[in-house]
Design a protein around this ligand. Structure first.
Ligand code: XLS
Ligand code: NI
Ligand code: NI
Length: 432
């Protein structure tokens, strides 16, 4: 034991009592729609924000003082010890990591890869004594200055090569640890100015890169899902993977729509001018719903503040879409969330996650109750019911002239009908 978390007890579900160190709503064994809550929500801790982020902002540097900060392998192992202690305290089923979160950078590619392999070995040992598994691995292709003009979309082919080689090592690591998904967030895949950017070339590079990732997945027999995480802005002025619709177009263009799904982040959806539920519903309708990053932004600040979710009604809308789509398969709920930079204490890290787990549990249970009630879906179906008659179905395949003849012959004269939004909102609010 590292002692970092002091005497904070392991979390259990306690429906009453006044301990702050207990789940109030997240009972992993509760059966909801025929499935354990833990298996619905599939919570994951994000290694980067919880253990690697130092608390800096554009106006000031590190505020956290963690004993594992530093670039030595021993510190990386201490960080892993603390991480697995936290996974155990919170009883979370999953974690996620980037290569750069877990290993020190070496002097060259070979040394960096050896460092990653050593840590992966260390993780594998720790996982033998832990229930926590890997939801997804990913490569950090955005922090180091070599990526400042992009990774796959860089004008310099050497950066493309470095990035491809790095992704290979991260896919190997994810595969070795039994990861259920592999994520690609296009951190620097975008541009600052069109004056120096060839959009056509950069898209072709990105398409080729992703195709090679898919090939490699099949080559090594990785059974998990490849996920792209859309984001509209930050860090570059224009990000190529803007939102769900944009990524769908990109996947179709390169014939990858049956190979790749999406990891959709709440805060990114809002930055793109959508709601989270819109992005989830669209992904589900396109067959692309993979996993979620459940972290919100501050609605006043207009950037990716990565805060823990605190709004039950908001997360309920999201889980409604997830449940309606049949729930997660390889995906889960990753908290890509960080503490506020004044939240210095170890218990802040624990309470941030525990509170978020309770919020998500409440939201999912409310969504499940509404779905099981069935009224909302019945009213939705009723709204489209006239499309079920053979004559109306035929409209979708008729030519315009025969539709015109039908309108004249039958004297069709549509009567506007209420969308009944307020009634549906009242129904929704009875459950949340
Ligand atoms: C950044 C992204 C990132 C991905 C993983 O905004 O959310 O954290 O989830 O690279
Ligand atoms: Ni993000
Ligand atoms: Ni994310």
């Amino acid at each position: 034991m590292t002692g970092f978390f002091g005497d904070i007890p392991k979390f259990t579900y306690q429906s009453d009592g006044d301990s702050e160190f207990a789940f109030r709503h997240y009972n992993p064994d509760e059966i909801v729609m025929g499935k354990r809550l833990e298996d619905h929500l599939r919570f994951a801790v994000a290694y980067w924000h919880s253990f690697a982020w130092e608390g800096g902002d554009p106006f000031g540097g590190r505020t956290f003082d963690r004993p594992w900060f530093g670039s030595e392998m021993e510190k990386a192992k201490m960080k892993a010890d603390v991480a697995f202690e936290m996974f155990d305290l919170l009883d979370v089923p999953f974690f996620c990591f980037h290569d750069a979160d877990v290993r020190p950078e070496g002097a060259d590619f070979a040394e960096t890869t050896r460092n990653l392999e050593e840590i992966v070995e260390y993780f594998a040992q720790k996982m033998e004594g832990s229930k926590t598994r890997l939801l997804w691995g990913t490569a950090n292709l955005f922090t180091n200055r070599r990526f400042m003009s992009g990774a796959a979309t860089n004008p310099d082919p050497e950066v493309f090569a470095w990035s491809a080689a790095t992704v290979k090592t991260c896919m190997d690591a994810t595969h070795k640890l039994g990861g259920e998904n592999y994520v690609l967030w296009g951190g620097r895949e975008g541009y600052e100015t069109l004056l120096n950017t060839d959009l056509t070339r950069e898209a072709e590079q990105a398409g080729a890169f992703l195709s090679r990732v898919v090939d490699y997945k099949h080559k090594i027999g990785f059974k998990g899902t490849i996920l792209i995480e859309p984001k509209p802005q930050e860090p570059s002025k224009h990000q190529y993977d803007y939102d769900v619709a944009t990524v769908y177009g990109f996947l179709k263009r390169f014939g990858l729509e049956n190979e790749v799904k999406l990891n959709i982040e709440q805060g990114h959806a809002i930055l793109a001018g959508h709601s989270f539920e819109h992005e989830l519903a669209l992904a589900a309708s396109l067959g692309l719903l993979g996993s979620i990053d459940m972290n919100r932004n501050d609605y006043q600040s207009g950037w990716d503040t990565d805060q823990f979710p605190d709004s039950v009604p908001e997360v309920a809308r999201a889980y409604y879409e997830v449940l309606k789509a049949g729930g997660f398969t390889t995906g889960g709920t990753n908290f890509d969330a960080k503490l506020r930079r004044q939240s210095l204490d170890p218990e802040d890290l624990i309470l941030g996650h525990a509170g978020a787990m309770d919020v998500c549990a409440r939201g999912l249970k409310a969504a499940a109750a509404l779905l099981e009630d069935g009224t909302l879906e019945a009213l939705r179906a009723e709204r489209y019911a006239d499309w079920e008659t053979p004559a109306n179905k035929a409209l979708l395949t008729s030519d315009l002239a025969s539709i015109e003849a039908r309108v004249r012959d039958q004297g069709i004269n549509p009567k506007p009908r209420s969308g009944r939004q307020e009634r549906l909102e009242n129904l929704w609010n009875r459950y949340v």
